[in-house]
Design a protein around this ligand. Structure first.
Ligand code: ZN
Length: 396
């Protein structure tokens, strides 16, 4: 297995340091411009991302696209692909409306409340004629105020789409409605082949409720929790029923028929969990595509969680190139014995930037660092993507 870092990832790492907002407003009152990065995702989707603007008078980002250079000089020859008003944290977009063989230029305009503009760098990209069919995982940024959570979109080589968790929600915002559905829309996804709600906590299933309300879903896997749970869990189960999706209790040893190109297995929990820490009822999913494996762990903790899985499986069964770190990078998850077994080449952390729990914890980051495992985290990187053709892994 080889690992490639596209230039944009390295650039993004450098550019974070330069991200806008260090000096809130320049002397002329113009907004601080963002730095734009673009990258081709599998099956002809352009992933665009930009540094967030932290100016107090931020108003909107406008993502422009053209089929010729010089957007800033003459925006009339370009198309305003998307306008993002009011949310400076919204700094990614997927452009799926592209034609193989064509070249596109992109630039981002940032406006402030005085309607003054600043422009990003301009970048271009040519859509190749034949892209390989990859397994691609979108690690969706669940950040909103103090909200955190897990939310991952899996696009399979055969073109099937699955969500593992859907982030949180509150009265005026839902990760499902306000972040995931617009992303699915930009990818041209109008229905989901399945959803996994790893366990009943709101930061995992809260956002899934809006998805079930607004998009056709074929199947839903749930841990089958039998103990006390929140109203959100009751609402989630009710919405599964209303949606007409097939309800499946995901239990250890179950093989999931997600795509003939993949082996997908549930490693945890046993049937009908209902006592102990709800985090340890999390559904664990192991996905293998040719030479590359992913392990998704929900909020599994070390005591009674990882320990239990390690007692049932040999390390070979748990090995994964990409580990979705358990419980948002909490120190009580992803222990040394777990890392000894999984031996990940990458760690992916789903965590909200404003979470009040101090996630990810330094002891966990130190464990990963001492093993030289590169870490990607939504609180710092925003939404990121890990894609593989079954041999190579690319992160962007
Ligand atoms: Zn959680």
């Amino acid at each position: 297995m080889r690992i490639k870092f596209p230039v944009s990832v390295l650039a993004a790492g450098l550019l974070i340091v330069l991200s806008c907002g260090e000096s809130p407003v320049d002397s002329a009152g113009n907004p601080t411009p963002s730095v734009l990065a673009i990258q081709l995702q599998s099956d002809s989707v352009v992933y665009t991302s930009w540094t967030q603007c932290s100016d107090e008078d931020f108003n909107a980002y406008i993502l422009w696209r053209s089929q010729s250079a010089g957007i800033q000089a003459d925006p009339s020859q370009a198309q305003a692909l998307k306008i993002f008003s009011g949310d400076p944290l919204q700094n990614t977009w997927f452009d799926a409306d592209v034609t193989p063989g064509d070249t596109y230029w992109y630039a981002l305009e940032t406006r402030n409340t005085s309607l003054l503009s600043a422009w990003s760098n301009e970048l271009s990209l040519t859509i190749p004629l034949n892209e390989p069919d990859n397994l691609t995982v979108f690690f969706i940024d669940p950040s909103h105020g103090s909200l955190s959570g897990d939310a991952m979109l899996i696009r399979t080589p055969g073109g099937f789409n699955y969500l593992i968790d859907g982030g949180d929600r509150r009265s005026d915002w839902s990760c499902g409605r306000d972040r995931i559905l617009p992303m699915l829309d930009s990818l041209g996804i109008t229905r989901l082949d399945g959803i996994v709600g790893t366990h009943p906590h709101s930061d995992h299933i809260g956002g899934l409720i809006a998805i079930l309300e607004e998009m056709p879903v074929d199947k839903v896997w749930d841990c089958g929790w039998t103990g006390d749970a929140s109203n959100t869990y009751e609402e989630f189960l009710q919405e599964v029923q209303n949606s007409g999706a097939e309800y499946i209790e995901g239990t250890r040893g179950m093989t999931l028929d997600w795509d003939p190109n993949l082996q997908v297995e549930i490693l945890h929990p046993e049937a009908h969990p209902g006592s102990g820490d709800m985090n340890n009822a999390s559904i664990l999913i192991h996905i293998t595509f040719e030479e590359v494996s992913f392990l998704f762990t929900g909020d599994l903790e070390t005591d009674d969680g990882e320990d239990d899985v390690l007692a049932h499986y040999s390390p070979e069964d748990l090995r994964a190139d990409v580990l979705k770190v358990g419980h948002h990078g909490s120190g009580d998850a992803t222990g040394n014995l777990w890392l000894d077994a999984v031996q990940p080449s990458y760690a992916a952390i789903e965590v909200g930037s404003g979470n009040p729990y101090g996630h990810p914890h330094s002891e966990l980051l130190n464990r990963l660092d001492s093993r030289g495992i590169p870490v990607f985290r939504t609180d710092q990187d925003g939404t990121f993507i890990i894609t593989t053709d079954g041999t190579d892994i690319t992160v962007f």
